[in-house]
Design a protein around this ligand. Structure first.
Ligand SMILES: Cc1cc2nc3c(=O)[nH]c(=O)nc-3n(C[C@H](O)[C@H](O)[C@H](O)COP(=O)(O)OP(=O)(O)OC[C@H]3O[C@@H](n4cnc5c(N)ncnc54)[C@H](O)[C@@H]3O)c2cc1C
Ligand code: SF4
Length: 326
């Protein structure tokens, strides 16, 4: 690991200023330190966010406010989170391991880097995300875990966060603190797709910090569910996942929010699936017909073709789960 200076700011404003001056943030360190040990990331200055981030989890009539410093485990087992947004509890309980969840923060979870093995191996020359302009070893290489939606000739990596998929379905908002003040950002604006610049992953400005996450409390959030498919039952990222919320009245679907993980270069909102559900009877036939829209625009790159086969099946199952809860 390259040697570095650790800066300890006294508050968020100072942290944002240090970030804008070129310092890299660290919170729980579960992703950052791993990448530093592998020489994938080589910051010479780290700004320690842990003491200045809000760790509180608050619930009110408007919904949840989750401080970005809250630990994944604390959020996963919080009774109000399970009541207001069970998809979040489910997504977190199926993430990582209790040890990792007790250290990892919610802000860090949203900004963890891709699991593409070529990105995480500094010995591989061709990775546009790590070394802009160097090519993409995953196109034509080992790409079983890679994306089928939102890809380009530059990069086909997925975003790995389970929590982010649930937040996209629940239309959460991020509260950001930057060197020029604070602002709110809808979660679906956080991540970029990468036609030309895969190294630019988010729409955060230099020095901007995720300070808190707000999740609205609605009938839909209370019924939403999270389904994850992975290679083994613990300690593993999603091959595919789905976060689904349905509002059902008199046996008819009145509203739907659907997002999938593991399939896109960012957590993928499935608007065509949602549109196909509205006004339809809440039954397995409607769920299967709507889920077929999930693969619109999907492109396989070889080893990841199975994802296109699995997407409608996983989604139909997630819709049935959410339908049962509605
Ligand atoms: C064995 C293992 C299994 C895992 N399995 C899963 C899984 O199944 N699903 C899943 O979703 N995740 C999984 N993870 C990833 C884990 O959830 C993340 O590593 C963790 O959430 C990152 O949080 P952190 O606080 O440790 O972030 P750090 O490692 O400290 O930081 C990560 C990144 O976020 C930035 N950052 C951190 N906080 C902020 C903030 N508030 N504002 C702006 N930038 C910030 C840092 O600069 C850095 O770039 C796994 C991790 C491990 C080690
Ligand atoms: S998919 Fe993206 S992260 Fe992986 S090797 Fe290609 S450019 Fe790098």
């Amino acid at each position: 690991m390259q040697s570095f200076t650790l800066q300890r700011p006294s508050g968020l404003a100072e942290a944002a200023r240090l970030g804008a001056e070129g310092g890299e943030f660290i919170a729980g360190g579960t992703d950052m330190l791993q990448l530093m040990k592998e020489w994938v990331r080589t910051p010479d200055r780290l700004v320690d966010l842990d003491p200045v981030l809000d760790p509180r989890i608050e619930a009110g009539p408007q919904g949840l406010r989750i401080g970005a410093g809250a630990r994944m485990e604390a959020v996963a087992v919080h009774p109000e989170v399970a009541r207001i947004a069970p998809a979040i509890s489910e997504a977190l309980l199926e993430s990582a391991s209790p040890q990792v969840r007790n250290l990892a923060t919610m802000g860090g979870n949203l900004l963890q880097r891709t699991r593409c093995g070529y990105f995480r191996d500094a010995g591989v020359a061709a990775c546009n995300k790590r070394r802009p302009g160097s090519g993409c070893a995953a196109i034509g290489g080992e790409n079983r875990i890679h994306a089928v939606l939102g890809t380009s000739g530059q990069c086909i990596a997925t975003h790995p966060s389970d929590f982010a998929v649930a937040l996209v379905a629940l239309e959460a908002t991020l509260h950001l603190a930057g060197p020029d003040g604070e602002r709110d950002m809808p979660i679906h604006h956080l991540y970029r797709t990468w036609d030309t610049h895969p190294e630019q992953e988010t729409n955060l400005r230099p020095g901007e910090i995720i300070a808190a996450i707000q999740v609205p409390a609605t009938a839909l959030s209370r019924n939403a569910r999270y389904l994850k498919v992975r290679d083994r039952a613990a300690f593993e990222w999603a091959l595919l996942s789905a976060a689904v919320g349905l509002e059902i009245d008199g046996g008819t679907v009145r509203a739907a929010r659907v997002a999938m993980g593991g399939v896109g270069t960012k957590p993928w909102r499935m608007r065509a699936v949602e549109a196909a559900l509205i006004g339809k009877p809440a039954n397995d036939d409607s769920y299967a017909a709507a889920a077929a829209h999930a693969t619109e625009g999907a492109v396989a790159r070889g080893e990841n073709a199975y994802k296109i086969t699995l997407m409608p099946r996983v989604l139909a199952r997630a819709l049935a789960l959410a339908g049962g809860a509605a």
